[in-house]
Design a protein around this ligand. Structure first.
Ligand code: AMP
Length: 429
């Protein structure tokens, strides 16, 4: 299938060709025709599948077909969970709308709101936003959603994970009831299905990859290793392999910092990206990673969400996530656009349960390797660390969440109530 058979305008085809895309990705082939027909769509697609163009191209087509007004009300709203994803989606909107008379803007917390307000004043057609800052600016009467025709919820699963459910509900109440709704999510929990049911109107369901399965192009491997040897092992793997672009996941921001320091001592150019870093530091780290001056980006789950790093050859889980779906998100960073990728996990005895959960979810047994000199500790307990230390509780998520609540104040401080899950977690902290 070619892009020109999808029914997109010449101006959009020109922008697509400028980007160098030759054929639409599976999620684009499946979603674009339905969206152009004005239908609500529920799409299962993770980052790396081309989902952003999957909703942005038809959205721009629809908006540019209808007559424009001199005063530009916001006609399309794209909600994303993180600042990074918002910035990336906005960059895509800009590129795809280059040959259209469409104005777009992005707003997110953690930065001064004044430039954002000034842009909004000029009138824009497409707004990309994180929920907290959007509500802030609505409350200050800088933004009205009364004319929104198309709503996109991008990475809806992560928005729920981050406690944005209430915000989303509030935002939806401020929009006209008659509108087109598009929801994209990498995973489909019961909560996501409930949210979809409440928002979407007879949606068409499309899938890029089967639900909760990992992409074939990614080769997965587990290194069984003693906990205390993980840092040395990861340094060895990166140096021996001479890997120049590696994304490493840790469970906590503190862990990310510590690992970065150790890597720097070993001569590896590493940078950390997590919720406690300023927006400037995050942008700089990501920029360095993209231009090659940083070879290893160490990230926590929430911070890494939405990073657009094409053709990433290696993803390493320094620690396994305790939520199996996060594993799918993490390794979705590699093997993009047909390129092969490698997803490695360093697994100590206390992560045995997490590994079992992950294998159940992805439906395969991940091959195990042991490196000489980095053997697992046969006497270590296989009880998850959280249980050993706290007698239960969602420890890693809490750490990441508390990091976010510290740093995304601007984005979320006006959130009056959080969902129950979030409240429970906060109390535990
Ligand atoms: P996304 O899943 O939207 O984050 O997109 C992942 C990457 O694929 C981005 O770098 C896009 O620019 C790129 N991309 C999107 N659509 C296509 C396409 N049809 N052909 C090649 N690359 C694409």
């Amino acid at each position: 299938m070619q892009f020109n058979s999808l029914g997109l305008s010449q101006a959009l085809l020109k922008a697509i060709s400028k980007k160098g895309y030759t054929t639409p990705s599976p999620i684009q082939q499946k979603s674009i025709p339905h969206i152009l027909q004005g239908k609500d769509v529920l799409a299962s697609a993770q980052t790396g599948t081309g989902k952003t163009a999957g909703f942005t191209l038809p959205l721009l087509h629809i908006l540019s077909e209808n007559p424009k007004e001199k005063y530009r009300p916001i006609r399309a709203l794209i909600l994303t969970p993180t600042r990074e994803l918002a910035a990336q989606v906005y960059a895509n909107v800009r590129e795809y709308s280059e040959f259209l008379n469409i104005k777009s803007a992005v707003i997110f917390g953690g930065v001064n709101q004044n430039p954002q307000v000034a842009t909004m004043r000029q009138g824009i057609d497409v707004l990309v936003a994180t929920p907290g800052r959007l509500l802030d600016l609505i409350n200050q009467n800088h933004i009205s959603l009364k004319r929104v025709e198309i709503l996109v919820l991008d990475e809806a699963d992560r928005m729920l994970d981050m406690g944005f459910l209430r915000d989303i509900e509030r935002i939806i109440k401020l929009m006209p009831e008659k509108r087109q709704n598009l929801m994209f999510s990498a995973t489909f929990s019961a909560d996501i299905k409930k949210l979809a049911h409440g928002i979407l109107n007879h949606p068409v369901q499309v899938e890029a990859t089967p639900e909760n399965t990992t992409v074939d192009a990614i080769s997965q491997k587990v290194y069984r290793v003693a906990k205390g040897l993980k840092t040395d092992l990861i340094i060895k793997l990166i140096l021996d392999g001479n890997w120049k672009q590696v994304l490493v996941f840790t469970r906590t921001k503190h862990g990310a910092n510590k690992l970065c320091e150790k890597m720097a001592k070993a001569g590896i150019k590493a940078a950390a990206i997590h919720g406690n870093k300023s927006q400037g530091a995050r942008t700089k780290a990501l920029g360095g990673f993209k231009n090659g001056s940083v070879s290893v980006l160490v990230a926590t789950d929430i911070a890494a969400r939405g990073l657009d790093i094409p053709l990433l050859p290696h993803v390493i889980n320094f620690e396994l996530p305790n939520i199996a779906e996060d594993y799918v998100h993490r390794i979705g960073r590699t093997g993009r656009a047909g390129a092969s990728g490698e997803a490695l996990s360093l697994v100590s005895a206390d992560e045995t349960t997490y590994l079992r959960d992950i294998e159940k979810l992805v439906g395969i047994k991940i091959p195990v390797e042991i490196v000489e000199g980095f053997e697992p500790d046969p006497n270590a307990s296989t009880e998850p660390e959280k249980r050993q230390q706290r007698g239960g509780g969602n420890r890693s998520r809490n750490n990441e969440r508390s990091a976010k609540s510290n740093t995304q104040k601007n984005d979320s401080s006006r959130r009056p109530k959080r969902n129950n899950d979030r409240k429970r977690n906060d109390r535990r902290n």
